[in-house]
Design a protein around this ligand. Structure first.
Ligand SMILES: C[S@@+](CC[C@H](N)C(=O)[O-])C[C@H]1O[C@@H](n2cnc3c(N)ncnc32)[C@H](O)[C@@H]1O
Length: 221
């Protein structure tokens, strides 16, 4: 178990504040939520790998008409969510199972700081589930901690490796771009976001814009 889990268990009622302060040093979740909400109001959002619900809490405040589904493989899914549960639900289920069961249910699917926790050989499966959950005309927002030479990158790496205890694998912006637009998928990057407080925080906004094998591909039906 990583050091972070032990500290959190010992911190009792202060836990949500400590968790926010720790995350906030590396990533401004509220600033990201502002940017996502600024893309426009939508009917339904799925967050894959939503953890304890920090991002959905911030988004639900900014998107008052939207329904949210948070998915994660951790049994703590949505544990710290603090908001309106009539339009927000959480499930501890593999995204591939939900995609198979429910199909294209979301106008927007968010994958935030998850893929670097997923072993390389399992990423394609998670990516396919992500694509399958998006309705026709919908979007994916894919946020990562980019591999680069900045000292903060290495501080983030050490924090994830030793405090969470996970065997993380980060990638450069170019690697993510080439994996997204690999010529076999209709998904293309339509815009990118540099996020605060460090440029290492980066998000890609994806739409089905590309032609595969000379034909326009319509998926998400
Ligand atoms: C750093 S946390 C990010 C939580 C949340 N997205 C946020 O930004 O606040 C990474 C999360 O990814 C989840 N995760 C790792 N592998 C996953 C998988 N294959 N499917 C779904 N979630 C996964 C972990 O359980 C963890 O909750």
């Amino acid at each position: 178990m990583g050091v972070g889990k032990v500290v959190r268990r010992l911190s009792g009622p202060l836990e949500p504040y400590l968790a926010d302060a720790y995350r906030g040093f590396f990533f401004n979740v509220n600033g990201f939520a502002d940017r996502v909400a600024g893309m426009g109001q939508v009917g339904s959002v799925v967050e894959i790998g939503c953890g304890e619900g920090a991002l959905i809490t911030a988004l639900a405040e900014r998107m008052p008409q939207t329904k949210f589904l948070g998915l994660d493989v951790t049994s703590n899914v949505g544990r710290l969510f603090d908001g309106d549960r009539t339009r927000v639900r959480f499930e501890c289920t593999d995204a591939a199972v939900v995609a198979e069961r429910e199909g294209a249910i979301a106008d927007l699917v968010i994958v935030c700081d998850v893929m670097h926790h997923v072993p390389t050989e399992a990423r394609r499966g998670l990516w396919q589930a992500t694509e399958k959950l998006v309705k026709r005309g919908g979007r994916i927002v894919f946020k990562e901690w980019l591999k680069n030479p900045a000292p903060i990158y290495w501080i983030g790496w050490a924090s994830d490796r030793f405090i969470t205890g996970d065997r993380i694998q980060y990638e450069t912006r170019e690697t993510w771009m080439s994996q997204i637009e690999d010529g076999t998928s209709p998904w293309g990057v339509v815009s990118e976001m540099q996020l605060s407080p460090w440029k290492t925080n980066h998000a890609f906004v994806l739409e089905r814009t590309r032609r595969v094998g000379g034909e326009a591909v319509e998926s998400g039906k």
